[in-house]
Design a protein around this ligand. Structure first.
Ligand code: HEC
Length: 130
């Protein structure tokens, strides 16, 4: 009985913070003040090899019927980096009208091994392949 009080119930006071209507957040809070990420292509190369090369080939040249050629990809060469990162997070389903081959590009957004920084690193590498 005595030990049950140690579960942290008394510390649970943060739940009604939203009633203050004050949205000022510390600058480091994600989403409050976007901190531009700079990709590192060297790290990106390894991350690409581990996560993407199985479908896109080690040098991004594509694998027929599995993954698109990313060296000649207009999406990679022309979209802003943040949009390419967003694409990789969302993927492209096989039924998406923009899907060229009706093979899905899997979404990587929930992948615990790929942080935002990791994705920017990968995109830095992809841009080098162009
Ligand atoms: C299971 C296979 C598979 C894996 C793994 C995969 N992709 Fe893809 N990816 C595809 C397919 C298939 C397409 C093309 C879909 C289509 O035809 O529109 C694609 C398309 C893309 C495109 C768009 C190319 C364009 O010009 O439209 C990018 C960029 C891309 N992938 C990046 C990545 C990155 C980065 C990774 C690793 C984090 C990755 N992919 C992992 C299968 C894969």
């Amino acid at each position: 009985m005595l030990f049950l009080t140690g579960c942290g119930r008394s510390g649970n006071t943060g739940a009604n913070q939203s009633t203050s209507g004050n949205y000022s957040l510390p600058a480091t809070t994600r989403g409050a003040v976007p901190i531009p990420l700079v990709g590192n292509a060297v790290r990106g190369k390894k991350l690409f090899a581990d996560n993407c090369a199985i479908c896109h080939g080690k040098l991004g040249a594509g694998i027929n019927l599995v993954g698109q050629n990313l060296q000649s990809s207009k999406l990679v060469s022309s979209l802003p980096v943040a949009k390419i990162v967003a694409f990789i997070k969302h993927g492209r389903s096989a039924t998406n009208p923009n899907n060229l081959r009706h093979i899905a590009m899997p979404p990587f957004g929930g992948n615990a091994n790929l942080t935002n920084q990791n994705l920017y690193d990968i995109v830095a590498y992809l841009r080098k392949l162009q």
